[in-house]
Design a protein around this ligand. Structure first.
Ligand SMILES: [Mg+2]
Length: 247
């Protein structure tokens, strides 16, 4: 099975600013097209190490944490806690162990908010002087998907109730991965024909690029080949449609 290239990340932090101290990191690979979950990651980070590295807390967020459940507060104050540098290095190791090099270039990093998890995580990697493992153009936003879901009548709060402990970074990440997948599938359901065409196209293009198909003529894979293939793929789909109708 192909490796998953979507990673949902949820951070618990002591601020909402880009350089907020991270106190827990949850992450899970997932496939939004199927809703399947892959390997997951969870580490708690010491606030002290984040202060040492120059992260800046926010008073409102500290007060907010004081009003959260005992379980949520215990999750970040008890048990094994790591220095932020170790937590980030282990997160990088977790992701690179699972991904191929080209997978890393395509790795979609999801967070609940265009201004939150990916931004705060990137800032943490920068203050720890450690290269981040994903490309900035692969940041993905849960909130945009939720807004699209509401437009088509799917509200995660109503249609996908939370199971587990709120504000636990891994439970949050898993929950978000599940409802993003649920909305993704509803959004794409009316477009199955186009999806089959683009999947066939991707297979053909990969074969062509790797020299498995028709390379005797020495023509590199180009736009005309691409459009010719799209044409053929649409023919195949049309034939399949006809077969379905005649059944
Ligand atoms: Mg959370």
């Amino acid at each position: 099975m192909a490796k998953m290239t979507h990673l949902m990340v949820d951070l618990e932090a002591m601020g909402t600013n880009p350089n907020a101290p991270i106190v827990a990191i949850g992450a899970v690979f997932f496939d939004p097209a199927t809703g399947d979950l892959g390997p997951d990651f969870y580490r708690v980070v010491t606030l002290k190490s984040e202060f040492q590295m120059g992260a800046k807390p926010n008073a409102d967020t500290i007060y907010w944490w004081l009003t959260q459940s005992d379980a949520a507060r215990r999750a970040i104050t008890e048990g094994e806690r790591l220095h932020i540098v170790d937590a980030l290095s282990q997160l990088t190791e977790f992701v690179t162990d699972y991904s191929t090099e080209s997978g890393l270039n395509r790795l979609q990093l999801w967070g609940n908010g265009a201004s939150f998890d990916p931004v705060i995580l990137r800032s943490a990697y920068a203050r720890c002087n450690f290269p981040e493992f994903w490309k900035y153009w692969n940041d993905q936003d849960v909130r945009t998907i939720v807004a699209l879901g509401r437009v088509i009548g799917f509200d995660p709060k109503r249609d996908h109730p939370f199971a587990g402990e709120r504000h636990h970074a891994l439970a949050d990440a898993i929950h978000q991965a599940q409802y993003v997948s649920a909305i993704w599938q509803r959004l794409l359901a009316p477009h199955q024909d186009q999806l089959s065409a683009s999947a066939l196209h991707a297979v053909y293009a990969a074969g062509y690029n790797h020299g498995h198909l028709n390379t005797a003529d020495g023509i590199a894979y180009q736009n005309d080949v691409e459009s010719e293939f799209e044409h053929r793929a649409l023919e195949v789909i049309a034939e399949t449609g006809t077969l379905r109708e005649t059944k």
